[in-house]
Design a protein around this ligand. Structure first.
Ligand SMILES: *Cc1c(COP(=O)(O)O)cnc(C)c1O
Length: 364
């Protein structure tokens, strides 16, 4: 199935930036077919600065520490936003990206929400493509993981005054992984903590959103669960997200996912999965549903599956849901279930295995 035609031609011209290469690549020291997620980083990083109202065009340098004073507002007040995306090795060996422009634009929305100057899409894509050119050997073989890409922007203002910052760094670095932990998860509904609230920052990706969720995550783990199922902050009734994934509940007659009302992160995987499920003939509605409805549907035998979606984990099945003093067990996921099939569809597209009718896949 794999052929040149699976990847849509796209403008991949780059404006060269200065490159300071490592004297010796570390890639030969790694077994790219075994790496876990997020601990090993490729040889280089891209770095651009914002000062006096403009972005530099950036440069590539060896991945490593940045000398920064502890007073920077990125640390003091969490003026920091990030993205998560992946480059896959296609069957023909080329690297492909999945909807990277959507990540670039979401990165801009995240920055704008924190009163930070957005990184121009051209700077983002130019830095990304050249970094991937330098570190392409770090991408695992087709079918075995991906090169995870982490763009991050934060304030480097050395000032503890509370005001929008004026100096920023934008970096992109990458991390190869062979397998993301994608086993079914047990989740615990948190009615004590909230992840996002109306008017807050739940619909963008500031670092602080993750910081605020750490304690709930730890408490879920202490209870033997792997993740938190978040409810809305106001009524603590409606299902919002699962850990750092969007959620889908598969009922007998339709599939529901919470609408983008401002407290849900607009996941690119979520959007892709909605499109793919519909193309597979499923009825998918973006509408609110209460945790009580999930339990009631389960009791009637109408809840077939529940899964989370996100770049790192793709589609992750939920095996059990714990809420107050009750735990429901969901049927073990079969590869031919809804979640299993949409995961295969998504991975097939994103990895360049299958023809892409959507224009989502681009050469790196
Ligand atoms: C990043 C993120 C997701 C997933 O978004 P994708 O674009 O699919 O990777 C879901 N929920 C939260 C809270 C996130 O931060």
């Amino acid at each position: 199935m794999a052929n040149e035609a699976t990847v849509h031609p796209r403008e991949t011209e780059t404006t060269p930036v200065p490159v300071e290469r490592v004297s010796r690549s570390r890639v030969a020291d790694q077994d790219l077919t075994q790496l876990g997620f997020g601990r090993v980083f490729a040889d280089h990083m891209f770095l651009a600065e914002y000062e006096q109202g403009r972005w530099s065009s950036g440069r590539i340098l060896p991945y490593g520490p940045l000398p920064l004073p502890p007073s920077i507002t990125g640390l003091q007040y969490a003026l920091a936003v990030f993205e998560g995306m992946k480059a896959h090795r296609a069957p023909d060996g080329r690297l492909v990206l999945f909807r990277p422009g959507d990540n670039a634009r979401r990165f801009q929305r995240s920055a704008a929400r924190l009163a930070m100057p957005p990184v121009p899409e051209a700077l983002f894509m130019n830095g990304l493509r050249q970094l991937l050119r330098e570190d392409r050997e770090w991408a695992p073989p087709h079918g075995g993981g991906a090169l995870y890409i982490r763009p991050v922007q934060f304030s480097s203002d050395p000032s503890i005054g509370v005001r929008p910052a004026e100096r920023f760094l934008f970096s992109i670095f990458t991390s190869p992984y062979a397998k993301y932990y994608a086993a079914p998860v047990d989740v615990m509904v948190s009615d004590r903590y909230a992840r996002a609230f109306p008017g807050g920052t739940g619909d963008v990706k500031p670092a602080g959103n993750y910081a605020g969720a750490m304690l709930a995550d730890r408490e879920a783990k202490e209870q033997g669960c792997q993740s938190v199922l978040w409810l809305d902050a106001e009524e603590r009734r409606y299902v919002e997200e699962c850990g750092v994934m969007n959620v889908f509940a598969v009922f007998r007659d339709r599939i529901l996912t919470p609408p983008l009302t401002g407290t849900i992160l607009p996941g690119i995987t979520r959007d892709s999965v909605i499109t793919l499920l519909r193309s597979m003939g499923h009825v998918v509605e973006e509408s609110r549903f209460a945790i009580d409805d999930v339990f009631a549907a389960h009791d009637r035998g109408d809840l077939l599956e529940f899964f989370g979606t996100g770049t790192a984990a793709t589609v992750t099945s939920v095996r059990s849901i714990r809420y107050r003093d009750r735990t429901i067990q969901l049927a073990p996921v079969a590869p031919d279930g809804v979640g299993g099939r949409v995961r295969d569809r998504l991975v097939g597209l994103a990895s360049g295995r299958d023809p892409d009718p959507y224009g989502w896949v681009e050469p790196a």
